[in-house]
Every structure is written in C-alpha cells, then in structure tokens.
Design a binder for this molecule. Structure first.
Ligand code: OOB
Length: 553
C-alpha cells in the first residue's frame, strides 16, 4: 500500500531579514530566552505550586521541571540532540507537556502531529524533515498507534526511534527513558523550537518552523492580551499540538505566566464541566462546533461552573447566535480568537463592548502586526470593504519550511503572508472574517485541502475525475462533498470511503458526501466551476435536483 518515505533534501526555514531582526530585538519583542530556560525560571519562582493536572496526577512546577530534565537526559542518551526533528503525536495528557519541554530543552525540534493524522500525514512529516524519532501513545480510542508507527518505521529510514507513552510493544517506553539530568547543549533564541502545521490548500502538508524568539513572543503577547497570570487555571481540551491551545495563550502561556494547566483528552461537556468545577478552571479554548455542543448541554443541565471567566472560541467562524448564548449559558465572557499557525493572532479584548465581542474576530494582538486588506489587484481597500488579508510581523513566518516555490505564491516579495482569508476591518480596528479565497475547507476548525483529497480519490480505479467542495453547514460551518465522475465501474460512496481510509488519510478528511455526475459544470475558461457545484448541492437540498442546477450555468 505505502511507498517508502525518504528524506531527499536539506530544507531550510526562511528567517526574517536582518533589519527586521534588529527591529524586533531592539523593540524588546524578541529576547534571548528559550522555552526550556523560561520554564526553569518560572519553576524557580513557583516551586511547589501545582503546574499540571491530568486526572489524579498533579505535578508541581518543581516536579515538572525535574521531569523535563530527566526526559531530556533520556532523549540525549538515545543520541537525540540539537536540530534533530521528532514527530510528536500524543493525545492531551501530562506527558505531552513533559515531552515538548524536554525536546525544547534539548534543542530537538518537535513536529506537532494531530492525533487524527494517519500514515499519509505522518509519512510526509518524516520524509520532509528526516525525523529521527516518533513519539506516540499506545492505544487511544481503540486505535493502536504502535501499528501506525510500525508502518512508518518500515518506510522511513531516518527514523531511528519510536517511543511509546504506555505499553511500548516492540518499541521504547517513554517512562523507561528517564535518566538523572545531564548537561544539555546551549540553545539560542534564534534556533528552531518546533514545527506547527499549515491547514494548507494543496496536497503537501506545509511545515511552519517557529523559533524560540518568535514563538515565545507569540506566547508572551497572548498572555498579555488575555490577562493570563498566576491565578489562571487553563483547561486544555482541544488537541494540544494545535497552535491555539498551545500558544494563544494556551498551555504554554498559562505555564509561563505561572498558572495551572488541566488537561483532558475528552472535550465533551459532561467531562469538562466536572473538571472546570473540580479544578476551578478559569479559561479554556474551543472550536465553534464544540462550543455549540457545550452550549446545548449547558442550557439543559445548568452546570455550576462559576470559576470560568473566559471561553475562547476560534479556528472557524462563530455565528452571532451561538456567540450570544455563551454568557447566559456558561456565566463567562466570550473571547473570539482569529489566528493561524503561520502567525497572526487576533483577540477580542476582555473589556470590549458586547457588539464587538459578538460580531468581530478581534484585533491583531501586537502593535507590530502589520495587516493589509487588499483587492484582487493588490491595492488596499478602505475600512468596511472586504478584501484579502495579508500580514507580517514579529511572529508571522516569512516562508514555509523548504518550499521555496510555494513561498513565492504564499508570500509577497516584501514578506507579507497571503492568508487566503477574506476579511473587512470595522471602525474599532477589529477584523471580521467573511470567507476564504482558496480551496480550503474549514470543517469545524479542521482544515482540509480540497486538492489533497481529490488526488487520493483519483487513485481509485472507478474515479475518472473528482472535485471536492465545502457545503455550508449550521453545525460544522462547512462539510465536505466529493463530486465524482465515475468510470464505467461506478464505485459506491462506501467503496470510496473505505479506499480513502485504507490509503492512510486522516478520517476528518474523508468527504461527508459523495455525489456522482456525468459531467462537471465548467467556467468560461474550461475549469471546473466549484461555484456551480456548490450551487448544485444547495439546489439538491432545496429539492431542485442536481441536473437542473448543473445545467443552469
Ligand atoms: C487556527 O489556525 P489554523 O492554522 O488551523 O487555521 C487558520 C485559518 C485562518 O486562516 C482562517 O481561515 C481560519 O483558520 N480561522 C477562522 C478563525 N480562526 C481561524 N476563521 C473565522 N473565524 C475565526 N475566529 O485556526 C488558529 C490558530 C491560533 C488561534 C486560533 C485559531
């Protein structure tokens, strides 16, 4: 089934031009600190205060710091060191935090894979980075990550170690690696800290290299914007590898502010309401579909969660109606968060009036964020007019890792990132997200590149051609539909689902619907008209039928 995974190149992480480095350093945005060092400083200050709660396991700052040193020593004992890439795919649990800080301290660079990723995605991360190690859990929700690891290991020659948190099977047990602390290499603030992942619009999962200095600034600026401090108790309910619950301010921000992180791998309202009550959680972050489930349940069960002060919602657009329900249902303030793994983060402010909190996605968090909203010709549009969002700043990358060709398309020559988002700026300076200009589907915060799914479906013998589009959905924001032109042996939707699953594609990328057509509607220049396909779907829903809608163009 799977092709070998080989590291073929020496990709580089684009850096900021020297004049910007100087600007950000002299303004104090970038400091000479590293994540590993900052944790040690905070641990020195917070000592026996509890830093991390995972079920019955409670780690003080001292204990966390010590545990991180022991794991870092264990990783070093395996031969891992500065600059080595390690794919980390763990569910939300205390070990996630320990592993990540141990790698930071060692100067090894984690790639934050999501628990939902499968062999396609993990194989691509390994081949692209030449990863030396892959860290997984044993079995989660019935899925055995060790089997996935065995498949990857067989195809990725660079992968020297598979490390398992739990029952290791044929691999190394994470806990067995702990060693007394050793001297670790000196890490510079300009060294790579980690790789975040881009939602992307093409088949290649793009890697976003974050350095200690810019990612720490991301964290510090978020902490300041959200007023996180030693009294903050943050519930990490979204997958912790994602930029939002990691660094905006997320678990990193909470710990670096001296607050407490409570982790759960079950983001359901019943589990989380109990945790919020038990641990006096003050803040958490959700994507809109999850927020809506919490709201539905809260309105019925009226949970006692008086400690909760802020519910951050972001990753996809939160509808006005859902936004309005947050304060009455949960007794806390809503904070809208519009961000991207590439950098720019916008927040509504705690003191903003309701109208702003309910109807906008907030303001860029840094005074050094440069935002341009432009028309199709690249000219700035006036406030109130929707245009393409371009941005650059002290924590927005200047290019994807090792993708010089794509970088020319995704970044302007003067270094602005073309986000693909369509936004308008309102009078108070906040942004309102109106949509996207690319073929990316945002399925409740999970980003799906239409092209990636299409490429896989084209590999099925019964598929002549295919177009994947997003269909508006009240709950997820968008669902995916694949329009298929079948060959004479027409596959069933189930055949195609099973085929995608067997190909090793993450489950959230498998289309929700399949529709079979005899021909595609085309645009004036003969390209497939995705717009007409979307209208076709809407017409089907309203009962008008596919054929008539397709013929209408
Ligand atoms: C976050 O990061 P990514 O990289 O998974 O996705 C970024 C994209 C944005 O370009 C935008 O299209 C969409 O997700 N998005 C939103 C949104 N927040 C993100 N669209 C509408 N409203 C929002 N509030 O999703 C992310 C990273 C850090 C913090 C929060 C979200």
């Amino acid at each position: 089934m799977s092709a070998p995974v080989t590291a073929t190149m020496h990709p580089t992480a684009p850096d900021w031009p020297p004049e910007f480095v100087e600007r950000y350093v002299s303004a104090g945005f970038w400091r000479s600190e590293t994540f590993g060092g900052v944790l040690k400083t905070v641990a020195g200050r917070m000592g026996a205060q509890i830093a991390l709660v995972d079920g019955d396991r409670r780690l003080s700052f001292e204990e966390l710091d010590r545990s991180v040193d022991e794991l870092a020593a264990g990783f070093a004992g395996l031969g891992l060191g500065k600059g080595d890439v390690v794919v980390v795919q763990l569910p939300n649990r205390a070990a996630f935090v320990e592993v990540v800080f141990a790698l930071f301290r060692l100067g090894s660079v984690p790639v934050f894979a999501l628990p939902a990723h499968r062999s396609v995605e993990i194989g691509a991360f390994c081949s692209f980075t030449g990863a030396k190690a892959y860290i997984v859990a044993d079995v989660v929700g019935g899925f055995d990550y060790r089997e996935l690891a065995a498949d990857i290991r067989a195809r990725a020659p660079s992968l020297a170690h598979v490390i398992v948190d739990g029952e290791p099977g044929p691999f190394l047990a994470l806990d067995g690696l702990r060693r007394p602390p050793v001297d670790l290499p000196a890490i510079d603030a300009g060294d790579l800290a980690c790789f975040q992942l881009s939602g992307g619009t093409t088949g290649i999962p793009k890697l976003i290299a974050r350095r200690h200095r810019d990612y720490l600034y991301n964290v510090r600026a978020s902490v300041e914007a959200c007023d996180f401090n030693e009294r903050t108790v943050y519930l990490a309910a979204l997958p912790m590898g994602h930029n939002f619950p990691m660094a905006c301010p997320g678990f990193l921000g909470t710990l670096l502010a001296g607050g407490r992180v409570v982790v759960t791998d079950r983001p359901t309202p019943d589990v989380c309401f109990d945790l919020i009550a038990r641990e006096n959680v003050t803040a958490t972050a959700l994507v809109p579909p999850l927020a809506m489930v919490w709201l539905d349940v809260a309105e019925m069960t009226k949970p006692q969660v008086p400690s909760l002060r802020i519910l951050q919602v972001g990753g996809a657009k939160l509808g006005h109606e859902a936004a309005r329900r947050v304060a009455p249902a949960l007794g806390c303030r809503l904070q809208q968060v519009f961000g991207m793994a590439e950098g720019l983060i916008c927040f509504t402010a705690p003191e903003d009036p309701d109208d702003v909190v309910l109807n906008t996605q907030g303001k860029p968090m840094s005074t050094a964020d440069e935002v341009r909203i432009v028309d199709g010709d690249g000219n700035d549009v006036p406030d109130g007019v929707t245009g393409h969002l371009l941005t650059r700043g002290p924590y927005t990358i200047r290019g994807y890792f090792g993708l010089s060709e794509q970088n020319a398309a995704s970044f302007t020559p003067d270094g602005f990132y073309r986000s693909g988002d369509l936004v308008r700026r309102v009078a108070g300076g906040q942004l309102v997200v109106e949509g996207r200009d690319t073929d990316q589907i945002n399925r409740g915060g999970e980003k799906i590149a239409a092209e990636e799914v299409e490429n896989f479906l084209l590999g099925h013998e019964g598929v002549l051609d295919v177009a994947v589009v997003g269909l508006p959905d009240g709950y997820l924001g968008e669902r995916t539909c694949a329009f298929v032109l079948p060959r004479s042996s027409r596959p069933t939707p189930n055949d195609l689902r099973m085929f995608l699953k067997a190909s090793g594609l993450a489950a959230f990328k498998i289309p929700d619907r399949f529709e079979f057509l005899d021909s595609f509607p085309t645009t004036g220049v003969g390209k497939i008209s995705r717009k007409t396909l979307r209208e076709t779907l809407k017409a089907m829903h309203s009962g008008a039928g596919a054929a008539s809608a397709a013929a209408a163009e």
